[in-house]
Design a protein around this ligand. Sequence first.
Ligand SMILES: NC(=O)CC[C@H](N)C(=O)O
Length: 381
Amino acid sequence: MHNTNTSGNLLESPQLEESGTSNQSWQAETPVYGALVLEDGTRFEGRSFGYQGASAGEVVFCTGMVGYPEALTDASFAGQILTMTFPLMGNYGVPDESLWEDDKIHVSGLIVSNYVDTPSHPQSKMSLGEWLRREKVPALEIKDTRLLTQYIRTHGAMLGKIVFDEDIPFYDPNTENLVARVSGTEVQQHGEGETTIALIDCGAKRNIVRSLVAKHVRVITVPWDYDLFSPECDFDFDGILISNGPGNPKMADKAIATVREAMKRGIPTMGICLGHQILSLAAGGDTYKLKFGHRSQNQPALMQGSKRCYITTQNHGFAVGTLPQDFDAWFINANDGSNEGIRHRSLPFFSVQFHPEAAPGPEDTDWIFDYFLERVRGEHE
Ligand SMILES: NC(=O)CC[C@H](N)C(=O)O
């Protein structure tokens, strides 16, 4: 067990300073300190710049340089304490909600090395700290995020908690059906077009809908447990897209059952991230938990049968291990060889572990949506 102070040195015992009143701003005269405590007792002391309230979850790290507004509002991070490894966070503030990936922050907590409280960007509406305090999400500046990241890389994914004066129990988000918590509860229509895609919302990033609507598609978003094949479903659709989402894919049983039925009926179906895992499980494959996951905007995905390597946005802790029968690996992660996509040998069923909608990150794999739409419309040879 180690303890670190704000300069990353190992300490003998926790050195929590006296906390001030709740929700103190960064400029407060008395800085507020808290600690990130890992499940093995390792402790990182840090200055608070978010909400002053304890929070527990799984500690993960993201090596992207930018994109914190998108990451914080990505529902796939629900139940997770996110560590940003790039050393400066907050410098471009927080944009208007129309640029977020959902209408609220989903991370359980945020850990950074250096927090910048004076944003400089024409689109900034508020500082990162102000946003976190407003949404009651704790955040610490622990300085040595490298030590924390190396620790997780060495020991594997870990539970953790951000604490102030009061202790709380650890919480494992992967034992709960988080998809049910973040999925929309209503059927919603977006955009206009001759092609209709039913989007199973497991915590869908908004850029999935934006990307499809920009391609003149009508998108009907349905809750994760909606039965697309029940007589009560009063709309027609040409293809199904399964979204990203939080937690262990095996918890999303109703979505898995819907996708199994869709494939039985031969309906063109595509999955993104959690959707990739759900499609794989529905087709008879299996998933497992990676040691520490892939979270960044520079994950290399090698397209099988070619020399192409796409630089992709990713945010996942689980992966597809056993491939379903009659499917081939479509993409492989160049860093660790794990699966990044599968494709049925003859039918229009396929999925990718990375995010073709990006947000944040490179738009290089936006063509996957076109690939899907061509198959939905029967335009491919
Ligand atoms: N971004 C996602 O859809 C994440 C999928 C899943 N929750 C995982 O961590 O692997």
